[in-house]
Structures are given as C-alpha cells and as structure tokens.
Design a protein around this ligand. Structure first.
Ligand SMILES: NC(=O)c1ccc[n+]([C@@H]2O[C@H](COP(=O)([O-])OP(=O)(O)OC[C@H]3O[C@@H](n4cnc5c(N)ncnc54)[C@H](O)[C@@H]3O)[C@@H](O)[C@H]2O)c1
Length: 290
C-alpha cells in the first residue's frame, strides 16, 4: 500500500504509547485517523493532541475484548470516514506470573485483550476490507515476546505467540485470495517507553486481582522489575515510523534492527528448535546485550 495519503487508519489502544504514536505519525503522513481505546479520558486527551497537528481524527471508546464493541467501532468509522484502509490491532496489556502461579483472572484478562482483541479485530475488519476490494493493510501488534520465551511472564509471552501465529495465518490466507489488494504485518517491538507496565489501570472489575500481599513471589518480582524498566525503552514514535514503512513497502515482519539483543534471542530460539536442543534464555533474556 504505497499511497497512504487520504486513506483511513483505525488504531486500537490509541490513547497511549505505540497506538498514540501511530495516530500522530500516520496522520502526519496524510492519513485520516480513527483512534479507539478503553480508557475514555486518556483517549480524549490523545485525540486533542493529535488534532492539534491538523490531522483529521475521530475517537471511539472501544473494548477490544468484546466482539460487539469492535463491531460498533467499525460501523462508526465507516459512517464517519466512508471507508477503512489500515487496521492496527494494537491494544494490549501486561502482567507477570509463572505458568502455574498466574491466576485464572490474570490469564483471562491477558488473553481477552491481547488475543481475543486481535481475533475480534480480524473477524470484524478483514471482511469489510475484502468487500471494499481497495488497497488496504492489517497490522497486528505482537512483541519480540512473540518470537522468544522466558520465565515468570507466561500469559504475556503466550498471548504474543498467538498474535504472531494469527498474523502469519492471515498473511497466507490473504495471499490465497486472487488479486487480493490487502497486506498484513506483525509488529514485534523491543522494549518501548510506554505505559504497558501500568496496564492494571484498565483491568475490568470482574477480573479483579488478588490483594498485593497474596500474589506469588515471582509475580511481585517481575512486576517490581518491570515497573521501572519502561523508561529505558525506545521512543514509541520509532515503532510508528517502522510500522508505516512496513505498510508502504508491504513487509510482513516489523522487527527491531539486525543486531538488537531481542533479535539474537529469537535467533537462538529458532536455532534451538532446528537442533531439537532444550530451550535456553538467549540474547537479552540471558543478559547478553548483542
Ligand atoms: N511497550 C513495550 O515495551 C512493548 C513491547 C512489545 C509489544 N508491546 C505491545 O504494544 C501494544 C501497545 O502497548 P503500549 O506499549 O503502547 O502500552 P500502553 O499501555 O501505553 O498502551 C496500550 C493501550 O491499550 C489500551 N487498552 C488496554 N486494554 C484495552 C481494551 N480492552 N480495549 C481497548 N484498548 C485497551 C490502554 O488503555 C492503552 O491506551 C501492546 O499490544 C503491547 O503488548 C509493547
């Protein structure tokens, strides 16, 4: 999709971090932008900031874990803008915990947003894009956690592997549609300076967490480490620019640069699978920087 000017982008998780940066970057490239998020005040504040750049922008409160909410978003965007061209299934949440110590509520919350959110996005928007039969592109935000594995963050790693697999399936399926003008990408960021490690703010009340003192030690340890780590991440604008370039060039993998320690971790995992050797913590996960 080399021509993005005048086209419409829908971005979930657009009130903060990478989604908000996408809204600004895509808008500055001439796109019209529909921002969606579950957090109404932050969304309105983000919409105003994006509009200040002279970007045509609309904001819709949407909970991506609910199929009806995503369907309503699609209807609103179609009636406001008349079409949809770039869909970014980007909303996501994080929490720590081992495979056995993660509570059912934690598993449910992470999977509802990170996996079902992308499923609802694909099931809602892809048929619309196919009907439109115009150049279009779907971007699903996974993570380098979707290409690697590690301890004590089980639900998050697993959810991001699911997003990578869904995205690859989508890519193959679109490729099998004759003359299909729709591309697909999976965004796999490294550590980015956003509010992902403060995701508790958006946890729905029916999936509430155990009291802090009742959480397993591994959960507390991971969340203590990650509470400060975000600020050492890269600027979300970098991810937005990387994504826009991939949309324009129709590239599937949107990855950190070659040599990034997360790329090394992914390569070591792939080599391990190829050799049928037992998993090791490679690259950044093993403490190596390159
Ligand atoms: N920040 C990182 O280091 C990093 C690394 C890899 C991948 N990611 C992924 O990037 C994506 C964006 O996260 P971010 O880092 O910008 O974090 P962020 O917390 O700054 O932004 C995420 C946005 O998603 C929204 N959201 C949460 N639950 C939602 C729901 N049910 N429905 C709709 N919106 C919801 C939040 O309100 C927030 O505005 C996520 O999928 C995340 O997993 C982030």
């Amino acid at each position: 999709m080399d021509q993005v000017e005048g086209k419409v982008a829908v971005i979930t998780g657009a009130a903060s971090g990478i989604g908000r940066a996408m809204a600004r970057t895509f808008g500055k490239a001439g796109m019209r932008v529909a921002m969606a998020d579950v957090e109404p005040e932050a969304l309105e504040e983000a919409r105003r900031e994006v509009a200040k750049h002279g970007i045509e922008v609309a904001a819709t409160v949407c909970d991506v874990s609910q199929a009806d909410s995503v369907a309503t978003l699609a209807e609103k965007v179609r009636s406001a803008f008349g079409g949809i061209h770039v869909v970014c299934n980007n909303a996501g949440v994080f929490c720590g915990g081992t495979t056995w110590g993660t509570s059912l509520n934690d598993y449910e919350w992470i999977l509802n947003v990170n996996v079902w959110g992308v499923i609802h996005g694909i099931r809602t928007f892809v048929p619309i894009l196919l009907d439109q039969n115009e150049p279009a592109h779907v971007v699903n935000t996974a993570s380098m956690a979707g290409l690697t594995t590690g301890p004590s963050t089980a639900a998050y790693f697993m959810s991001k592997h699911a997003v990578v697999a869904l995205s690859e399936s989508l890519y193959h399926e679109l490729g099998a549609v004759p003359n299909c003008p729709i591309g697909a990408s999976v965004l796999c960021p490294e550590l980015v300076n956003t509010r992902i490690f403060k995701a508790e703010r958006n946890r729905p009340p029916h999936l509430k967490r155990d009291a802090e003192e009742d959480l397993p030690e591994e959960t507390k340890m991971v969340e203590a480490v990650t509470s400060d780590i975000g600020s050492s991440g890269v600027d979300p604008i970098l991810l937005a620019e990387r994504t826009l370039a991939a949309v324009r060039e129709n590239r599937f993998w949107v990855l950190p640069p070659e040599g990034d320690p997360w790329r090394l971790a992914a390569r070591q995992r792939n080599e391990g699978i190829d050799n049928a050797s037992n998993p090791v913590l490679g690259g950044v996960l093993g403490g190596e920087q390159n």
